[in-house]
Design a protein around this ligand. Structure first.
Ligand SMILES: [Zn+2]
Length: 469
């Protein structure tokens, strides 16, 4: 067991009193004002001197302005943190914009920060200084005092009580008429030196039809059906959306229907997040090594056919969660190279197809006659990548376990090992065998409790090996 300090978020829905809700609106408004005020100052300076202000400079300017300008006398109704943190956010947004422009930032392009508009922007603010506590159904925040929470905060309160957690900041935000507080917490996590099931291995393919399809070292097929909540709620969404579009702009009715629409969207997001959390937790607890693809999610969401499915199931989120959850369980995540042809390679003979349309849900090999579900085939290839190329993976990926200094930060994929361009590490050729049994490649001793054919607890379908062809 090694104790590792990690940052985690604890989020609670709030049940504020009407007076407290007014205070929350006021704080969110103050943060928005500060952002816009700072952005205007930065634009002014950039026009004159060709550079912006940093967060510290803006804070100093603000402190001078709020005393000099009687129009800003309302500032002390809100915690001074929310101004300061808005300047920090602006500072970060400007530097992300520069990084993105210079091509030093992964993912979607980051545009120049915009002015925030009331009712259009996300209502949120952050506090970092002052009393931040929680106990029972109460959270205490600076300036705002004790606010009731919708659910108990005991899990966090207990950790703070026994000294294994410390609150760093609190972000309050509103989603669909409901206010939430999210504490950023530094916690100590005990990470086992070895996984509970040493040697267990699974290759997973993040699919379109299912959330993910995996094939483990025993040959079990693990299919986690995606919640596809957007599809399920699409009819309702369409109906409410149509009704919304008929309402007169700027009317009270339009505002009401917008709120209704927002609640449906929020519910969908919650369903999705829940399914992804459960699937990744179960996988990381059960398998020591998980091999996944490095999907270029940003490029996939640009493909309009894939965009909705991808955005709906949050592939990037799945990968990120697998990253830290494997570490927390003493396992590891191996990410196959983005160009590794996991879908196009035959898991039986290793032949790589030149073309494979997304609509082809079954893989048919022209060389050895293998017929297999497309996602299952891809998952086997990914699993075999770890089995056959393990030395290579270690050489490229370096250490995959965090040391005591291993700092796992929020919103990162910590300690992910990247496989090199392992074109040679495709499925091991099975000599002229049209029938492919995939229970034979276990590379480590596997504990006997999980034999081939075990039904996997959380999934809908689980098939045994040798069911191919
Ligand atoms: Zn083949």
């Amino acid at each position: 067991m090694a104790a590792v300090t990690v940052r985690q978020a604890y989020r609670f829905a709030l049940d504020p009193s009407p007076a407290q809700e007014r205070a929350l609106w006021s704080h969110a408004g103050a943060a928005r004002f500060a952002w816009n005020w700072g952005l205007a100052k930065c634009k002014e300076r950039h026009a004159a001197e060709g550079k912006w202000y940093g967060a510290g400079d803006l804070h100093k300017l603000w402190n001078a302005a709020k005393k000099a300008d009687p129009g800003l006398a309302w500032w002390d109704q809100n915690s001074k943190c929310c101004y300061q943190e808005a300047f920090r956010d602006l500072d970060r947004a400007l530097s992300e914009f520069i990084k993105s422009k210079k091509g030093k930032r992964k993912g979607k392009r980051h545009g120049f920060p915009k002015f925030k508009k009331r009712r259009k922007c996300k209502d949120s603010f952050r506090v970092t200084i002052g009393p931040m506590r929680c106990s029972g159904h109460i959270v205490t925040l600076p300036r705002l005092g004790a606010i009731r929470t919708h659910e108990s905060t005991r899990k966090l309160a207990r950790r703070i009580g026994n000294g294994t957690a410390r609150i760093l900041s609190a972000t309050v935000s509103r989603t669909a008429q409901r206010w939430f507080v999210s504490f950023t917490v530094e916690t100590e996590r005990l990470i086992p030196d070895t996984h509970a099931r040493p040697g267990s291995l699974i290759g997973i393919d993040l699919g379109v039809k299912t959330l993910l399809t995996g094939v483990d070292d025993q040959g079990n097929v693990v299919a986690v059906a995606g919640p596809k909540p957007l599809k399920a709620s699409l009819r309702k969404l369409r109906r409410v959306g149509r009704a919304h579009s008929r309402k007169t702009r700027g009317s009270a009715n339009r505002r009401k229907s917008a709120a209704k629409l927002a609640r449906i969207h929020a519910r969908i997001a919650n369903l999705r997040a829940d399914a992804v959390q459960k699937a990744t937790t179960a996988l990381a607890a059960r398998y020591e090594t998980i091999v996944a693809e490095d999907l270029n999610v940003a490029a996939m969401t640009r493909n309009r056919n894939l965009a909705r499915v991808v955005a709906d199931q949050g592939f990037g989120t799945v990968r990120r969660m697998l990253g830290y959850k494997t570490i927390w369980n003493g396992g590891r995540l191996i990410v196959a190279d983005r160009w590794y042809p996991s879908s196009k390679t035959c898991s039986g003979c290793g032949t790589v197809k030149a073309k494979l349309a997304l609509a082809e849900r079954t893989y048919r090999c022209d060389d050895c006659g293998l017929v297999l579900d497309r996602d299952v085939n891809a998952a086997i290839n990914l699993r075999n990548l770890a089995a056959s190329g393990s030395e290579r993976l270690n050489a490229c990926g370096g250490t995959v376990r965090p040391g005591t200094a291993g700092h796992v930060l929020l919103n990162q994929v910590p300690g992910t090992a990247h496989a090199g361009k392992t074109g040679t590490a495709a499925g091991q050729p099975v000599a002229d065998a049209p029938v492919f049994t995939y229970a034979a490649t276990a590379m480590h001793p596997v504990d006997g409790s999980c034999g081939a054919g075990d039904r996997v607890r959380w999934n809908a379908t689980s098939r045994t090996g040798s069911s191919a062809v």
